[in-house]
Ligand binder design. Structure first.
Ligand SMILES: [Zn+2]
Length: 392
């Protein structure tokens, strides 16, 4: 199998030779190759598969008739209550809507993701069951890492700690958390619970942290301290971390060094209504910074489509990126950096690597991020799995 006339991100033109699902060679581009086993890419840009480092497959309402986002406050606690009302009225299983989202995501070139899954004392492990079914249904096409996410808090939803532990036993990969102070009102009790389960089960940690200012920063530093004391360096992430964008440069610079030392990664989705962490500063200080969609067409947000080139553009827009080298940072956040955070061992477009890639009508990475044109082909293990934005 050969894909001819591919433009690689470095601007070079090659034919991609595929054997047994892997890239066996990158050859000089053909002048006029043809044959049953040859697909001419016509010089389109070939990118590694996109990676969504933060999504909520169980929350989306994608594929259902429009569900009005009810008027309510925009505090995290307001949105939790708004979501409970939407959930109570829901008749279609999460497996169905989550599967709609996976199909749309794969068609846009994403082949790996980390999904948070709601767990509280009303839901129990119902949503986990649904997302485990989604993971099994789409295995071989897309990898799905699962975070057991206490959306209603841990202390304020008694029984959730035990459910989080059971979720890991049943197949979730990481323990989540949510604003230890802002939602649960007890930093130590919240983090003690999360890190105890993670240590005991050998799981990673990914904590939603919306709390801003110095108070939020103190929580981020507490997460870094616990990461080190539990020996979980490289397995912990803080999602959103709005606080890093709302404190002084001195404070965030010190925090960046602390986070880098502790091996704590930071996820940003390019928030519309909150401060964004200083992505370049964090990277320059050695912090792994990655991207994700977060909410897509759910009770939290009417927006989003799961397209990680769209997301890279939004991250770049919010971060005030203008130069091509900056757009490359946004692209890295939704590809290689996210892959490292997800611990994907077999990731990357290279000879010997998996024949996984996506094509886009652009000449450079920066153009792909800025124009985010519809994807041509999505190829998984040498097989075309989507074409022109539609799953095959
Ligand atoms: Zn989230």
């Amino acid at each position: 199998m050969r894909f001819t006339n591919a433009t690689l991100p470095d601007g070079s033109r090659h034919d991609i030779e595929v054997e047994a699902g892997r890239i066996s060679a990158l050859l000089p581009a053909s002048v006029a190759a043809s044959g049953a086993d040859t697909i001419d890419l016509g010089g389109t840009l070939v990118l590694p598969p996109l990676v969504d480092g933060h999504i909520h497959l169980d929350k989306t309402l994608l594929g259902l008739p429009w569900v009005p986002n009810q008027s309510a406050g925009n505090q995290v606690s307001d949105r939790i209550e708004a979501e409970r009302r939407v959930r109570a009225a829901r008749t279609v299983p999460e497996f169905e809507t989550g599967s709609n989202l996976v199909r749309q995501i794969v068609a846009s070139g994403t082949l790996h993701m980390r999904s948070h899954v709601d767990i509280d004392n009303q839901l129990g492990l119902k949503n986990l069951d649904e997302v485990l079914k989604i993971r099994e249904h789409f295995q071989g096409l897309v990898t799905i890492e699962i975070v057991a996410f206490p959306q209603s808090g841990i202390l304020r939803s008694p029984g959730t700690a035990e459910l989080l532990d059971e979720a890991i036993a049943q197949g979730a990969d990481l323990v989540g958390g949510l604003d230890p102070v802002g939602i649960d009102g007890d930093l130590d009790a919240h983090l003690d619970t999360v890190f105890a389960i993670a240590s005991r089960r050998g799981a990673g940690v990914d904590i939603h942290l919306h709390d801003g200012g110095e108070g939020g920063l103190a929580q981020i530093l507490a997460i870094a301290a616990r990461t080190e004391s539990n020996g979980l360096q490289g397995k912990v992430a803080v999602s959103h971390a709005f606080a890093l964008g709302s404190v002084s440069t001195d404070s965030v610079t010190r925090a960046a060094d602390r986070l880098a030392r502790a091996g704590v990664a930071i996820m940003s989705h390019g928030p519309g209504g909150a401060t964004i962490p200083p992505l370049k500063l964090l990277r320059e200080h050695g912090v792994e910074v990655f991207g994700g969609s977060d909410n897509i067409r759910d009770a939290w947000s009417p927006f989003g489509n799961g397209d990680m080139l769209d997301r890279a553009m939004q991250i770049g827009y919010r971060a005030n990126f203008r130069h091509d080298a900056e757009l490359a940072i946004a692209f890295d956040m939704v590809t290689a950096a996210a892959a490292r955070v997800l611990g994907l061992k077999d990731y990357g477009f290279k000879v010997g690597g998996p024949a996984d890639f996506v094509t886009v009508e652009a000449t450079t990475l920066a153009e792909a991020v800025a124009t985010r044109k519809r994807r041509g082909l999505v190829v998984k293990a040498g097989r075309i799995v989507a074409k022109d934005g539609v799953l095959i």
